[in-house]
Design a protein around this ligand. Structure first.
Ligand code: FAD
Length: 407
């Protein structure tokens, strides 16, 4: 019988293993993860887990016995160190090597690290793993001033939780608006207002020049900006983007370009190796270029696509991209890939905290960002899945009913 080895036991790796069994795969499955924790969900790390509303058992992807029952050999604390394509084996730090008939790379991403002077001082932190989230959660009650660097999803979700805990929060962002890479201007403006209304200080177009140490020279005490201002900080949270974990693939000679390159079936440049989740650069019908997406939807749907193919049901990966972010009482939901927008149509009322921004490239419908408007989000996903399109003119018609149109 065949052996499938999965490198990386996060959202995508664990889902691949579970979906393989659901698809009826009867061979050996080895799931290797660098972290010690049972596979877990990351989204709560900057939301309900950080704020203490759920604990570790609440974020596990599956209970330990499920992996046992499914005959998934889950080996934690095992970093994969090399891929040998010649004899189809992978090497690990601790257990030697494993042979594979098919290898799935589910390696995720690594946070980009700050490089300005003082970046290695104590108190300059990142948020990606359970260990980091646990440490942050434990330190929150003793903090007074937090500086968040980067107004992306993770930075802003962290800011919301910290602010709710009564801590003074200053968010520093290099771009002219928050979440600029991911959302349209009206959505950025709404979140800028929301954070300010909750008492967050937000400095845009800002450049961090160094971290100022405390008297002992060990801990961070302040963040210095290019304009000379020093923002007091007993903790700095950096959320300045990520780098895909491509190094194993690169060393094995696989094609890599801001992610491990795959075809529409999620196969790498080696037919015996697939790649899945955050680490993957893939072609999509939702963009002219290949893309790399960081979302639970993408990790789960790609895992299912790979599992089906490995069981003889090959189909291109065509799932509609969607994403969410929770900040205060605002739920942001995004359907589609909207970065190419040349025009937008706003429905609902930003001032009332419930609206959607429909994005178009010319007349071509790209997707929708919804704030507290779940019905628009669901309708948009259906429309994008069908590929029927939607025009700004249709949306503007007063009698237009998006739910009926999507049905
Ligand atoms: P990961 O879940 O990161 O798993 C990759 C795993 O591979 C890691 O456990 C890593 O340790 C392991 N690994 C790396 N190298 C090796 C190696 N050499 N050997 C063995 N193992 C290795 N998405 C949403 O859709 N909505 C959200 O609200 C949201 N919030 C988020 C909040 C935070 C704080 C973070 C960090 C992410 C959030 N995401 C959210 C993104 C989402 O969690 C990811 O898209 C998803 O986890 C991707 O799954 P993955 O398996 O590709 O990567």
């Amino acid at each position: 019988s065949r052996t499938i080895v999965i490198a990386g036991a996060g959202q995508a790796g664990a889902q691949t293993a579970l979906s393989l069994r659901q698809e009826g795969f009867d061979g050996r499955i080895v799931l290797l993860g660098a972290e010690e924790a049972l596979p877990y969900q990351r989204p709560p790390l900057s939301k309900a887990f950080l704020s203490g509303q759920v604990d570790e058992s609440g974020i596990a992807l599956r209970a330990a016995n499920i992996f046992l029952d499914q005959r998934i050999e889950l080996l934690l604390g095992r970093r994969v160190t090399a891929i040998n394509r010649g004899n189809r084996t992978i090497a690990t730090e601790r257990d030697g090597s494993f042979g594979y008939d098919h290898l799935v790379l589910a390696l995720g991403v690594t946070n980009r690290a700050l490089t300005v002077p003082g970046a290695t001082l104590q108190g300059v932190r990142y948020l990606r793993t359970l260990d980091e989230a646990r440490a942050l959660r434990e330190s929150l009650p003793s903090l007074r001033n937090i500086v968040v660097i980067g107004a992306g999803f993770i930075g802003l979700e962290f800011a919301a939780v910290a602010r709710k805990a009564g801590i003074a929060v200053h968010v520093v962002e290099a771009a002219p608006r928050p979440m600029a890479r991911a959302v349209s201007e009206p959505v950025s403006a709404f979140y800028e207002g929301l954070h300010r209304a909750h008492g967050v200080e937000l400095t845009l177009n800002a450049c961090v020049t160094r971290f100022v140490p405390d008297a002992l020279g060990e801990k961070v005490a302040a963040v210095e900006l290019a304009d000379g201002r020093q923002l007091p900080a007993d903790l700095v949270l950096a959320g300045i983007g990520v780098l895909p974990n491509t190094e194993l693939a690169e060393r094995a000679g696989l094609a890599v370009r801001n992610g491990i390159l795959v075809n529409e079936f999620l196969v790498t440049s080696d037919p015996d190796i697939s790649a899945v989740g955050d680490c993957v650069q893939f072609p999509t019908r939702f963009d002219k270029d290949t893309v790399r997406l960081e979302s639970v939807q993408n990790a789960v749907d790609q895992a299912r696509c790979i599992a089906a193919r490995l069981q003889g049901k090959a189909a291109p990966y065509v799932a509609v991209p969607w994403f969410w972010s929770d900040q205060y009482d605002a739920k942001l939901q995004i359907a589609g890939l909207t970065a190419r927008r040349t025009r937008t149509v706003v429905k609902g009322d930003p001032a009332a905290g419930s609206f959607s921004v429909f994005s178009f490239e010319g007349d071509a419908f790209l997707g929708v960002e919804s704030v507290n408007r779940p019905s628009d989000h669901m309708a948009a996903r259906k429309i994008l899945a069908k590929g029927t399109g939607l025009t700004p003119g249709q949306l503007d018609a007063p009698e237009f009913d998006i739910k009926a149109f999507a049905a």
